[in-house]
Design a protein around this ligand. Sequence first.
Ligand SMILES: [Zn+2]
Ligand SMILES: [Zn+2]
Length: 707
Amino acid sequence: MLRGNLVLHLLPPRLEAMSMTSRALRIIHTPTTKLLKLSADSENLRIGKMIHAQLIASNENSRDSIVETNSLINLYSKCGQISSARKLFDDMHERNEVSWGALMVGYLRSGSPLEVIQLFKSMLSLDCVPPNEYILATVVSSCSDDRRVNEGKQCHGYVVKSGLEFHQYVKNALLNMYLRCWDVTAGIVVLDTLPGYDVFTYNLVLNGLVDNGNLMEAVGVLARMVADRAAWDGATYSTALALCASLKDLKLGLSLHCQMLKSRVDCDDFFCSTLIDMYGKCGKVMNASKVFDSLQVHNVVTWTSMMTAYFQNGFFEEALNLLLKMENECIPPNEYTFVVLLNCCAALSALRHGHLLHALVQKSGLKNHTSIGNALINMYSKSGDIEASYEVFSNMVHRDFATWNSMICGYSQHGLGKEALTVFGDMMAARELPSYVTFVGVLSACAHLGLEQEALFYLNHLMKQYGIEPGVEHYTCVVRLLTKAGALDKAENFMKSTPVQWDTVAWRTLLNACHVHRQYGLGLRVAEMVIRMDATDVGTYILASNMYAKAKRWDGVVNIRKLMRERSIKKEPGVSWIEIKDTTHIFVSDDNSHPEYLQIYEKVGELLAKIKELGYVPDIAGVLHDVEDEQKEEYLSYHSEKLAIAYGLLKTLTRAPLRVIKNLRMCDDCHSAVKLISKVTKRVIIVRDVNRFHHFREGLCSCGDHW
Ligand SMILES: [Zn+2]
Ligand SMILES: [Zn+2]
């Protein structure tokens, strides 16, 4: 949008060139040429042609009348009749710079920059009239329109020789050419060496720098504008606000907003949405909402900007709530609105709301937008309904690389490795180029399936073939693969021998495996290291304490608890939620605030009694409480996910799958209990914990007990 604006700003000088040159040549317009100019400016070809016909009839258009022919060339150029203009030009006996310039502008307008450069070359070779500043500006602009930086540089050389480089139009054209040809350094040299700028020049440079990602240089130009006391216009503010958003520079953003208010720039919708966007990206959602509220009328762009600001700052429900208000104002959402809202549903795992949005998408006629399809795949997968993701995926008309990635990673997160690899095979067959993210999904599928050879082939060969440098996420998948197979030493050696900056996620993968495979010696060593890397990681303290307890090293348990007390590290309370009909029910462990808590507790008791018959033994080693074993069992019984599942079983039809979200890692006890609950109730239970999805079905979990 911005770039378009600036290019438009460039046009007037070129188009004005003719009349200004005639002024410079002290040519007095006759009534006929005045009329021709008017028809040209208003692009009224019909009137222009009538005048032309009259001229031919009255034979006034003698071959000597350069001014009239120039006016006719100008008319046909501006009205898009470039071949008529060319014919007039070719028939001229004598031409001046206006004749050349008018035709060049015509070619530039009709999108034939090559013709402009060709004309310029013949003009120089004929050596008839020297090109003026307007012609030079037009020629330089033709070089930028087609990214012909070499011809542009030759032209620059000619400009310097001709001494016309200080002319504002020429300078602007040069800057624009360099910036659009991505030669920022050359652009800055022009800016530095040619004094005296107008706001167009500054806007050109700012926009070019922001577009090229030279953000700090752009800040330098802004500072220069302030020092030069240069006037700012709307385009300057827009670019400057976009710059603040990219830099997340709130201080600069606030002072710009302040300056905008003082200078009384017209705060239209477009401006307000850039302001909202800036505040959103700088993490100031309240400021964004104030700007939004200050608008008398909202359009789809401002609504969507506000929703995006909410989304970026984690206010997902607020974003979703805006949709209702938007509907009340009878403004239909566009594809961007839907994408933001679907991403909010994904973040909340709000499947029901996602369904409603999907229905709206179908009605809106926007369902074939690839970005919406991608957002739907992501929403369904994050909300636990991977089958629905696949249905959206298979019905998509156009797929891009993000579509494939969403499907592959979705399957991987759900522990459906085979399906993920099948989709990857289809992606290769469709000749879509895989990306960094694709291979994270593919390798984690391999890890899930225990395909060591394949994983190493992808990591060491295929990724290289596509020019993708493996990162810590890819290597972590290999660690997961090795640990899952119980090869903990091999995994540790792999970590020691791979030159990559391992993060806590990778070490915790090894740590979890030590816990699962009861390798407490290695586990406690790794735990110590993770705690050194991140002293606030609650999960690691808990795992370490569990491992000490299971190894019956009570001194270790005491030490860990002391450490946690000293560092004021508290176990975050476990929270689970489940959607029943239109309501989300939230459960905290040991929670008796739910109005139906008595029935829920009773249901939990009933379920635990049933699974005890199948051999369930509460895993009390993991409980961090200074209490008797019997009471520890109590604590376990009312973990939030057990409460949520019990409630779901009470409130839904017998065949419906249950979908529960949990804020922490599922504890070992709940995991083994839920496996058995899925068996005795014959229900599919899907739990999304902080690490992954668990699909519990007939006594088994899709994670294969590794999470
Ligand atoms: Zn639990
Ligand atoms: Zn599981």
